[in-house]
Design a protein around this ligand. Structure first.
Ligand SMILES: [Zn+2]
Length: 107
């Protein structure tokens, strides 16, 4: 049982059912990808010192469709592509944070 790491997001793994199309994903172990995920999740949570734990889950709402791999059948598991990083599109507030993130990349 777990909850999506994004506070504003109401996805919970116990609510997860196959018809909802929502899947839960753990933070990647790969150092480079992990850093990117942590950076985004910190923005989503508005916590600059957040660190992932073994039980950290993020739901599939935070990924683009093109980053999702795998069957959409009832028994199929959705995987994320190796390039997939979370996006910030759940609310207007989060979109604004995405713009902040983009402007930070200019440094
Ligand atoms: Zn979520």
């Amino acid at each position: 049982m777990g909850k999506c790491v994004v506070k504003e997001c109401d996805s919970r793994s116990q609510k997860h059912n196959k018809s909802s199309g929502i899947t839960f994903h753990t933070v990647p172990k790969d150092t480079v990808r992990r850093k990117k995920w942590v950076e985004i999740i910190r923005l989503l949570r508005k916590e600059t010192d957040w660190v992932p734990s073994k039980s950290t889950l993020i739901c599939s709402k935070h990924f683009r469709d093109q980053d999702k791999l795998g069957p959409k059948s009832d028994c199929g598991r959705v995987y994320l592509s190796n390039e997939a990083i979370p996006i910030l599109v759940i609310s207007k507030d989060l979109i604004r944070m995405n713009l902040i993130l983009k402007s930070r990349r200019n440094f």
